[in-house]
Structures are given as C-alpha cells and as structure tokens.
Design a protein around this ligand. Structure first.
Ligand code: AMP
Length: 295
C-alpha cells in the first residue's frame, strides 16, 4: 500500500457537530478536493461499503453520515430498535478510506422545532409513499439538510431504495442543488436476498423465507422476457410465489414506469418492479428494473 493511501486510511475524523464537519469539508475544498458523500443510517454492510468504495474511488475527500433520522420513521416503526453498532461502523469506514464520519445527534440535526419540510409531489404517492406516510418527506428533508451541511459535489445512493433515489434526484433538480446524484446497483447475498440492515431482525427460518422476495422478482423478469405484458397477470404469479411462505405478509407488489413511478396496466419500456413485505417484525423491500422493449 502506498504511504499516502495508508495515511489517508489512518486519518479519519469523526465529526458530531455541523460546525466541525463544515470546517473539515471547507479545508478539503480549499485544497481543491472533489467532495463525495454517502448518507447512511449506520449498521453498515456490504451494500453501504460498495457505495463508499465508489465514492473513495471517484472523489478526493469522502464524508459518510451515520444518522438514524427520526423524521423518516412513523409511529410504531423501528426507530428505537434500529441497530446502532457505532464502533464497528467506524472501523468499516476507516478501512474503506473515508475521510470524515459525520455522526450528529438528533438534537444537533433538529435543533429548532423544524417547521420546514421538503416534500416532493407525485413521486412520493405510490409504493412506499402509500404504506409509510411521512417517510419520504423525512428522507428528502434530512437529505436537503445534509446536502446543505456537507455541500458535496457528488452523493451516492443505492438502487435498493429505488423510490428514494428517484425522489432525491427530483429534489436536487427542482431545487437547483449543486451536486450530482449517483445511484449504485443493489448488492445481494449469494441467494439473491438484497443486503439490508433490517435483515438483522430475521430469525434463521425467516432469513430463508426472505429469499422468496427475490425469487418473485426473478419470476417477474422471466415472464416479461417471455413477452407477458399484463401487470395483473405478472403480479398474480409473483403473489403465488410469495404466498408459498406463510411468514411473508405482502405489503405491496407494484409495476410502475421506472421514471415517473406511475402504475402500468400494460408493461412497456423501462419498468420498476417493486416489492415490500413484512416477515416477522422486519419490513423488507426490493426491486428490479426491467426493459420490456429490450427483451
Ligand atoms: P440506509 O442506511 O439503509 O439508509 O442506506 C443508506 C444507503 O445505502 C441508501 O442509499 C441505500 O439505498 C443504500 N443501500 C442499502 N442497502 C443497499 C444494498 N443492498 N445495495 C446497494 N445499496 C444499498
């Protein structure tokens, strides 16, 4: 390893205040560094690591935020029990070559009563917007705040949360925020299950059951490849797969236009197929994008 790379890995800062992260980023920017940013809620896993690695590769100075954002959790959701393995998260960031971890408290982020919200219309209506009211408004508000605090050139998001990524892109474009959004592919385990911090809530049996989520998406892909264009038929076949597993409670299966997120009766062009289920106490989401015309 080059000495410069080694030093970079050792010298990671942890900033708990807005003031301190701003001054660290300012110093880097004054040196002409390109600033990369990866917002997370911690409990870091290989999905997050892939985003961080891309940021480290493409930028000179990388900030990762670890903040379990209270405003994106609804009443009765898992805000309190969300895993917070802070020490090991820091170690992961250090090893990945992160320059600054920004880990504010909820009080630091929401000092005032927070009467200002960022709300993206239309795109937040379907999918998770329907089943988790307030969730996407919490995400856009916290991301707007984080972008204002960190002032990155590029921010990295995962395709795993497809609707979130689309909504953030729209917000950045609509509000003329001076940064680029990069969306990285969903990282899966060998059996297809999308890696998620919430997989920690699953028992051994539930973990096995969870593989049916991706199986249902694969079935959908093969039906589209075979020329099926009726969404109802496809969703029906996906339901059959998920219903083989008694522990799975389907929240939604939707086939929407991959850009505007509008429900499609007949599949054409690039479609987003998104699934949300509950298995025990874990709410899991996954999706694929299929180009029906490219088949
Ligand atoms: P979270 O900590 O769950 O809020 O996620 C932080 C970022 O990591 C978001 O942009 C997620 O979409 C992304 N992410 C989470 N899981 C994965 C995964 N399995 N593959 C790719 N990106 C992911």
């Amino acid at each position: 390893m080059l000495r410069s790379e080694l030093l970079r890995r050792v010298a990671m800062e942890v900033a708990e205040t807005i003031k301190s992260v701003r001054s660290l980023v300012k110093a880097a920017r004054e040196k002409g560094s390109k600033i990369g940013f990866v917002p997370t809620m911690g409990a870091l896993h290989i999905g997050h690591i892939r985003l961080i690695e891309k940021a480290v590769k493409e930028c000179d100075f990388v900030v990762v935020s670890i903040f379990v954002n209270p405003t994106q959790f609804g009443p009765g959701e898992d805000f309190e029990k969300y895993p917070r393995p802070f020490e090991s998260d820091l170690e992961i960031c250090r090893k990945a070559g992160v320059d600054v971890v920004f880990a504010p408290s909820p009080q630091e982020m929401y000092k005032n009563k927070n009467l200002t919200w960022v709300n993206v219309e239309k795109l937040t209506g379907p999918l998770c917007g329907r089943s988790r009211p307030g969730y996407l408004r919490g995400v856009t508000t916290v991301c707007a705040k984080l972008f204002n605090i960190v002032a990155p050139d590029v921010a990295y998001f995962g395709q795993k949360d497809a609707q979130q990524a689309i909504v953030i892109k729209q917000m950045v474009a609509d509000l003329n925020m001076p940064l680029k959004i990069v969306v990285c592919p969903t990282v899966r385990q060998a059996d297809g299950l999308a890696v998620s911090s919430r997989n920690k809530y699953l028992s051994k049996q539930q973990r096995k059951d969870a593989t049916y989520i991706y199986k249902s998406l694969e079935k959908c892909e093969s039906l589209i490849e075979a020329g099926t264009t009726n969404s109802k038929t496809i969703i029906g076949e996906m339901k059959k797969i998920l219903k083989q597993v008694p522990s799975i409670e389907i929240e939604y299966i939707s086939i929407v236009d991959a850009e505007r997120l509008q429900e499609l009766e007949k599949i054409t062009g690039k479609v987003l197929v998104a699934v949300a289920v509950k298995i025990g106490s874990a709410r899991l989401i996954d999706n694929i994008v299929v180009d029906a015309d490219g088949q």
